[in-house]
Ligand binder design. Structure first.
Ligand SMILES: Cc1cc2nc3c(=O)[nH]c(=O)nc-3n(C[C@H](O)[C@H](O)[C@H](O)COP(=O)(O)O)c2cc1C
Length: 209
């Protein structure tokens, strides 16, 4: 039985994080069900100059990921399609990553708003007690942002802020390395193997001679 990970891309800055997570899942041979919110299409356009169109999703996703999708097990669901597979708990999925997660998506999922398929799918995965990883990207944050993140944590989600560490690649880390650090943490939280970032080996850089 096909058991994909749902990847929900919402309209926070950070579409490269989503691309890195999707590439990592596909590299691990994990099927992906993709939901891209309306606002995420704006951030994608702003950050990459690329559109994401329901009618041309495969072509647009390949351009965004910078790779051919031939043989990749990806299914796309329009964000407005509330009758889509992931809107039901009986549709088999392993869990979901919301990456990046806007404050609006965090709020909507936390209070069960289900205003679109992304929010509904996240709510469904939480109620089914499946793994849900939420990657908020906003700074600074208000009390209500924090309260929504606490509600998500209490509902069983892993709250994994888009907050890259510099200890793997060093102070001269490239943006791509920092993106991969966060994407690697997301894959770790999903239990999906990857080689996106160096793991801490128990010794400071200064001691590695
Ligand atoms: C270019 C751009 C960048 C944005 N960056 C962020 C962000 O980093 N974090 C955030 O929470 N919202 C951000 N927003 C606002 C969200 O897109 C907005 O709240 C939207 O309603 C989120 O909808 P969604 O959760 O359905 O994707 C940004 C919007 C635009 C147009």
């Amino acid at each position: 039985m096909r058991e994909p990970w749902v990847v929900g891309v919402s309209g926070a800055s950070g579409t490269p994080y989503a691309a890195a997570v999707i590439r990592g899942l596909l590299d691990a041979g994990a099927p992906v069900d993709l939901v891209v919110s309306r606002a995420a299409r704006l951030t994608l356009l702003d950050e990459t100059g690329r559109p994401f169109r329901d009618a041309h999703w495969a072509e647009d996703l390949a351009a965004w990921l910078g790779r051919d999708l031939d043989g990749a097990d990806v299914r796309h669901w329009p964000a407005g399609d509330l009758a889509a597979g992931p809107s039901s708990g009986s549709y088999p999925v392993r869990g979901m990553a919301v990456v990046p997660a806007s404050t609006a998506a965090c709020a909507g999922i936390a209070i069960g708003l289900s205003k679109d398929l992304l929010q509904r799918a996240a709510e469904v995965n939480l109620k089914e007690r499946r793994r849900v990883v939420v990657v908020p990207r906003e700074t600074p944050v208000t009390r209500s942002h924090l309260e929504h993140l606490i509600a998500l944590h209490d509902a069983g989600a892993v709250v994994l802020p888009a907050s890259p560490g510099f200890y793997g690649a060093g102070a001269d880390a490239s943006a791509a390395q920092l993106v991969d650090f966060v994407a690697g943490k997301v894959l770790d939280a999903l239990g999906v193997p990857h080689t996106l970032s160096k793991r801490w080996a128990g010794r400071l850089n200064a001691d590695r001679t």
